[in-house]
Ligand binder design. Structure first.
Ligand code: OGA
Ligand code: MN
Length: 283
């Protein structure tokens, strides 16, 4: 890892294309030569925000940052919040662990080692999180890849009749751990508009979406399955195999993600932060 600052220090003379490298896949770009252990300037932050709007997922490889530095970087993009789920022994409250590691018989993080199907983070809340960040601290030698889906491209690829059919529909979202759910049922539009770009995206996924509101369950199941089949086409997916020191930041509004299983005999430790705002998803 380079500790020295790169071309990003002077955005006026360094166009975005010098350090933002699109993956060439369905979404995503790699941001090279930026050291997140150092504070960023306003123009650097603006460039990263712009890149996030364009690419939805940004990979910052080769980082070596402390918890405080991870929270500082997160705070450039909104309010980093204590994750809604409780975890024990977290010295920095804004950091949530995603891990299969056990200490004294207790899991130190969430999600274990199993596959996690497509979802948009915290969609079971009335005001879901906007951005999520995941920083790889320990990675397994196989498995545990994360796949992001470009839900904007998937929506835009639908025909006019299919888009029409989705107009005005809402879906019920629920966490599989009952105690995580608010008392009132949470519904969101099936198609949501990004408040900053105005682009629409499909906002349903098999992990947290339960049904289409007001539709008989066989019709609802059939429609959701049809949407999931559409979303999971390889042309809408970008996959990342994690390396130590990778930090990935994504916008949950135009994307969903899922994770592959990995051997429970191996350790995977990811530090996770989350940006909230008060936004209610809208069609
Ligand atoms: C998450 C998540 C996937 C992963 O942190 O929200 O879905 O790869 N993580 O650990
Ligand atoms: Mn997630």
């Amino acid at each position: 890892m380079t500790r020295a600052r790169s071309s990003m220090t002077s955005p006026s003379s360094t166009p975005e294309e010098d350090f933002i490298f699109p993956t060439g896949g369905a979404l995503g770009a790699e941001v090279r030569g930026v050291d997140l252990s150092l504070p960023l300037s306003e123009s650097e932050v603006a460039t990263i925000r712009r890149a996030l709007l364009d690419h939805f997922v940004l990979l910052f490889p080769g980082q070596r940052i402390t918890d405080e530095e991870l929270v500082r970087f997160t705070s450039y993009f909104g309010r980093p919040v204590e994750h809604v789920r409780q975890q024990r022994d977290r010295p920095v409250k804004e950091i949530f662990f995603i891990s299969n590691v056990r200490e004294n018989g207790e899991l130190i993080g969430a999600l274990g080692n199993e596959e996690v199907s497509f979802h948009s983070d915290l969609s079971y809340l009335p005001r879901p999180g906007t951005l999520s960040l995941l920083y790889a601290v320990e990675v397994p030698s196989s498995g545990g890849d994360t796949h992001w889906c470009n839900c904007s491209a998937a929506y835009e690829a639908l025909g006019a009749a299919a888009k029409d059919e989705l107009k005005g529909l809402r879906a019920l979202h629920r966490h599989y751990v009952d105690s995580q759910n608010p008392l009132e049922p949470v519904t969101h539009p099936v198609v949501c508009t990004h408040p900053d770009s105005g682009r629409r995206a499909l906002y349903v996924g098999p992990h947290l979406t339960k049904s289409i509101v007001g539709m008989p369950s066989t019709d609802s199941d059939a429609l959701l399955q049809r949407l999931y089949d559409h979303l999971s086409q390889p042309r809408f997916i970008w996959t990342h195999s994690w390396c130590l020191g990778d930090l990935i930041m994504w916008d949950n509004r135009p994307t969903m993600h899922r994770r592959d299983a990995f051997p429970d005999t191996e350790r995977r430790v990811m530090k996770r932060t989350q940006v909230f705002n008060d936004e209610v998803p809208f069609e």
